[in-house]
Design a protein around this ligand. Sequence first.
Ligand code: SF4
Length: 294
Amino acid sequence: MLQLPDGLRRRGAGLALALQADGFEVTLDGNPCYGACDLSHEHADVLVHVGHTPLGRSDDHHVLYLPLSFDADLAALEAALPLLRGRIVGLVTTAQHAHLLPAGAALLEAHGLEVRIGGPTPRTPLAGQVLGCSFGAARETGAPELLYLGTGVFHPLGVALATGARVIACDPYRGTAEAVDPDRLLRRRFGLIERVRGAATVGILLSTKSGQRRESLARRLAALASDRSVVVAVEEVTPDALVNLGLEAYVNTACPRIAYDDEIRFPVPVLAPSEYEIALGLRAWDDYVVDECE
Ligand code: SF4
């Protein structure tokens, strides 16, 4: 069984043909896949999972993980130098750029900075690696400022929320650097929280994907307001699925990114767990916690 994430799946047919030419019987999994939390269910002697590192210690010897490394220029780290306020910095990235961190640290140290790289952690096996559901390597640095080497806005925002540190996003493909501001995201989230306060029915979303299934969390959240909440098992959290269920609001216990990244696609509020506790008056506004998997 050959499984690739969405951005790489077009390469799957070529890999499958190459394996078949070597005498293997191959099935290419054509379903969406977003991470190592979402391993193929299909029966096979060996699952080749491309593009992600294992989540936690992997005792499952039938899964062969093939994380990918993408080389990139480190000019973005130099572009961040004028934005730094102190001389202690943490350095984090995603799996595909983790191999660049030693060279990135050397570059920054040559400019007189003290560079801290955290991890590995149980969910992120590479030094300095963060996931959209795990920012432990960033927290471990204890640094007041962090440089995130990678693309997109979600990871650096997550790092900022999880650590409280100042975060500068360094895009290795554009060679640019800019400080991220989590305040706009928080303002939008607080707007959603307010809308959920008055909801008569709330669905607590429980993923059926093995690595995203947080059942004890879902049950605990449902018990907080059992007169209006029900646990709903879902494979894919999509706007259509939520509309068809017909509940007024949802709390996401599947992949933490769903609540944040897909916010504008959903027709009704979808809160993260700590946000629901705020909506119920069980957590203070200033005790906001970004959702992470253990
Ligand atoms: S739970 Fe979400 S963020 Fe975490 S590994 Fe899976 S897809 Fe990525």
